[in-house]
Design a protein around this ligand. Structure first.
Ligand code: ATP
Ligand code: MG
Ligand code: FE
Length: 345
């Protein structure tokens, strides 16, 4: 079965073709980062309009890469939520129009389920069950994953997401958008111990996170040192920020493994691309004897491959999940726990 995946929840247009027998056949991505950069963040209306321009050319690209015709596609999976309403509507409307025109069933996919299952696309994928840390631009959650469609929330951020903290702190340091990769690179040049930032909720007796105070602490440091802030000072602050956030994320992962008794940890979402976080988790995994799995770097941030794959996994678990029903709605807010595969299918 060949599934076409369409991702358009935010500022990346991603298309991909996943074959349940042969694996990923093709994927193509257009990032709008350069377009939004001058505004310091995503402008929703510009995002929607750009998705409209990109989807069909990207569809041609993936069909050509895979060497198949439109009619060879068996089902179309699109990101139904969560995300920006206008951006989601573009993917949903194009998926449903294609479905109608080609007489193929369509299926709305949860964007976070896409992120969550993306490590299964890697060459040595984890087996279920596992603990997943979902660290993206809009979410920071620890989940227990027992199988496709079986997700239990263990803890989540009570305010900002980790990616948001990266982006906002980077902005305070005068780095471009998105700031995650930039602040991570700058931190490599920082002196350890030059500054120390708080580790919010490190010792809370639950698996929740809080990152807005960390961003405020960065703001205070930047303000207090504004007069004499040099390149080295900014690198020192970047280092202190990355160390603080990595320590909290790592500690909570260890606590989640302990609480569940599981020995497999899966990292998903854009912040999962972070070098310092991967180093800390790999080191902890060797020390504490658990295994840690990551998506391929290119599938950490938004992409179509994870949507095609999540759609295919869902269809394998529940073959009637895709329907020849072409009226569509999107779900800008949509808790992942609401995703249940009905029992008996
Ligand atoms: P969500 O999936 O929650 O709706 P999103 O789709 O915007 O949000 P992703 O595409 O998964 O999020 O990830 C984007 C985030 O990842 C941004 O906040 C970005 O700064 C961060 N990010 C990407 N690469 C890195 C990196 N190397 N280090 C730290 N953060 C990074
Ligand atoms: Mg993005
Ligand atoms: Fe995302």
């Amino acid at each position: 079965m060949i599934v076409l995946g369409i991702e358009s929840s935010c500022d990346e247009t991603g298309l991909a073709l996943y074959d349940t027998e042969r694996g990923l056949l093709a994927h193509a991505l257009h990032s709008q980062v350069a377009m939004h950069e001058q505004y310091g963040g995503v402008v929703p209306e510009l995002a929607s309009r750009d998705h409209i321009r990109r989807v069909l050319p990207l569809l041609e690209t993936v069909l050509e890469q895979a060497g198949i015709a439109r009619s060879d596609v068996d089902a179309i999976a699109y990101t139904q939520g969560p995300g920006l309403a206008g951006a989601l509507l573009v993917g949903a409307s194009i998926a449903c129009s294609l479905g109608l025109a080609l007489d193929k069933p369509v299926l709305g996919v949860h964007h976070l389920e896409g992120h969550l299952l993306s490590p299964l696309l890697a060459s040595s994928p984890p087996e279920f069950p596992f603990v997943a840390l979902l660290v993206s631009g809009g979410h920071t959650q620890l989940m227990r994953v027992d199988g496709v469609g079986s997700y239990a929330l263990l803890g989540e951020t009570v305010d900002d997401a980790a990616g948001e903290a990266f982006d906002k702190s980077a902005k305070l340091l005068g780095l471009g958008y998105p700031g995650g990769p930039a602040i991570s690179r700058l931190a490599e040049f920082g002196n350890p111990g030059a500054f120390t930032l708080p580790r919010p909720m490190l010792h809370s007796k639950n698996l929740n996170f809080s990152f807005s105070g960390l961003k405020t602490a960065v703001l205070t440091l930047v303000k207090n040192n504004a007069a004499n802030i040099c390149e080295q000072g900014r690198a020192d602050i970047a280092r202190a920020f990355v160390e603080a956030i990595v320590e909290v994320l790592t500690a909570k992962c260890l606590a989640a493994l302990k609480e569940t008794g599981l020995k497999r940890l899966v990292i998903a979402g854009g912040v999962g691309a972070n070098r310092q976080l991967r180093d800390a988790l790999n080191e902890a995994a060797a020390r504490k004897r658990f295994r840690v799995f990551y998506p391929e770097l290119e599938f950490c941030t938004d992409n179509g491959a994870m949507i095609a794959f999540a759609g295919a996994m869902r269809l394998q678990a529940q073959p009637d999940a895709a329907k020849r029903e072409y009226g569509f709605n999107v779900r800008p807010r949509w808790p992942l726990e609401e995703l249940r595969i009905p029992s008996g299918t």
